[in-house]
Design a protein. Structure first.
Ligand SMILES: Cc1cc2nc3c(=O)[nH]c(=O)nc-3n(C[C@H](O)[C@H](O)[C@H](O)COP(=O)(O)O)c2cc1C
Length: 197
């Protein structure tokens, strides 16, 4: 099984991002051989990062509690899809803080970005791509940028049928990104497993 973690990138009361994350989850669950985990930052109440040494330069690091749970959940996955809104032309602080904890848990695994905002969250997506690169995960080239999604998606993450049917709409973009992510996730997992033997 290829394990894909969907990271829900904000925790605000009344957030729209939860619906979009469910939409991503639903799409992944139609794929064979894929196990989906939701990593909702609401479930990982991480304090503001305050470790004395940068995580990737700290071989003595022994994370505990919720930080360990967050990092272990990232370790478990073969790839990631990060669902983020745009806040002040970037990603939410809570999402950036979560990535500040990462050392090598995401190493040699791909990640996809789903963003939303008035211009599809494009500025947040570009910032996130840079952050993901430094988190040592490989961002796939396909971006899913969503504008005005809130009007066409329900609480369970179902898109309105006419929107879903448009091959050049959000569903088509998401499926293309998932194709790319899974191809790379499977290839990288094979390589990681062969090196382990
Ligand atoms: C603090 C804050 C800042 C925002 N800044 C931007 C912005 O810079 N660009 C944009 O397109 N939308 C911006 N928005 C609109 C959000 O992208 C939109 O409300 C989206 O639904 C937020 O996701 P959420 O509902 O999951 O929190 C902002 C919203 C908030 C709450």
């Amino acid at each position: 099984m290829t394990k894909i973690a969907v990271i829900v990138g904000t925790t605000r009361r009344g957030r729209q991002t939860a619906k979009q994350a469910l939409w991503v989850k639903n799409a992944l669950e139609t794929r064979k051989g894929v196990e989906v985990t939701m990593l909702d930052l609401k479930d990982y109440e991480l304090p503001f990062f305050d470790e004395p040494v940068s995580p990737r330069y700290n071989p003595e690091r022994t994370p505990e509690g919720i930080v360990k749970q967050w990092l272990d959940a990232l370790t478990e996955a073969d790839g990631y899809i990060v669902v983020t809104p745009e806040y002040n032309h970037s990603i939410p602080g809570v999402l950036k803080n979560a990535f500040d904890y990462v050392d090598f848990q995401m190493n040699r695994k791909p990640s996809g970005i789903v963003s939303h905002g008035t211009v599809g969250g494009a500025r947040a997506a570009m910032h996130l791509k840079e952050i993901l690169s430094e988190s040592k995960t490989l961002p796939v080239p396909e971006f899913v940028t969503l504008a005005h999604m809130s009007d066409v998606i329900d609480e369970q993450g179902n898109l309105a049928e006419d929107v879903k049917a448009n091959p050049y709409g959000p569903q088509g973009a998401l499926e293309g990104m998932i194709d790319s992510l899974l191809w790379i996730a499977e290839a990288f997992a094979d390589k990681r497993n062969s090196q382990r033997n």
